[in-house]
Write a protein that binds this ligand. Structure first.
Ligand code: 4NP
Length: 155
C-alpha cells in the first residue's frame, strides 16, 4: 500500500484537486487497491469551528469538466501525528513545504516533497487562489500526478 497525502494552504483548491485527479489516474491504471490517497491543509483559514469548507466551487467545476469523480470532502489540517500514516507528503508550492516541515517536524524518511519536482519543469503548481486560472492549475496538477505515479511505479 502506497499512502499519499497532498498538501496545500487551504485544502479547498489545489490539494483536493490533486487527491481526486490522482485517484482517477490510479483507478484508470487499475491500481486503486494499492493506494491510499488523501489531502490536507497547512493552515486553518478554511476550517472554522472545527468544520472544514468543501472543495472550492471553481475547483469542483474543473474536476467535473474533466469527468473526475469526487466526494463531499471538507478541509482538514495536517497534524504532526500524520507523519507515520503516509509514505509521501506532496506540497503544491515552496511555502507549503515550509509549513509542512513546521507541522511534521524532522523528516528522517524524506517523505516531504514538492509535487512538480516529479516533472521535468519542477517548481510550484500555478496557484489558482491568486491567479484564478483553474485550467492551468488542473494541467499542472495532472502533470505532477502522472509523473508521481511513474516515480512510485519504478520502486
Ligand atoms: P488552496 O487555496 O491552498 O489551493 O486550497 C487557498 C485557499 C484558501 C486560502 C489560500 C489558498 N486562504 O488564504 O484562505
Amino acid at each position: 500500500m502506497i499512502r499519499l497525502c497532498f498538501v496545500c494552504h487551504g485544502n479547498i483548491c489545489r490539494s483536493p484537486m490533486a487527491e481526486f485527479i490522482m485517484k482517477d489516474i490510479v483507478a484508470k491504471a487499475e491500481l486503486s487497491s494499492l493506494f491510499h490517497i488523501e489531502s490536507r491543509a497547512t493552515h486553518t483559514d478554511e476550517i472554522l469551528n472545527g468544520r472544514g469548507s468543501p472543495i472550492y466551487p471553481p475547483a469542483q467545476a474543473q474536476l467535473r469538466k474533466h469527468g473526475i469523480k469526487f466526494d463531499n470532502k471538507h478541509a482538514q489540517q495536517l497534524k504532526k501525528s500524520d507523519y507515520n500514516n503516509y509514505d509521501l507528503f506532496l506540497g503544491m508550492d515552496g511555502e507549503n513545504l515550509t509549513y509542512m516541515r513546521k507541522i511534521l517536524g524532522a523528516d528522517p524518511d524524506r517523505k516531504i516533497r514538492r509535487l512538480m519536482d516529479y516533472t521535468a519543469r519542477g517548481g510550484d503548481v500555478f496557484d489558482p487562489w491568486y491567479t484564478r486560472d483553474f485550467d492551468r492549475a488542473f494541467l499542472d496538477i495532472s502533470d505532477g500526478c502522472r509523473a508521481l505515479l511513474d516515480a512510485v511505479g519504478q520502486k
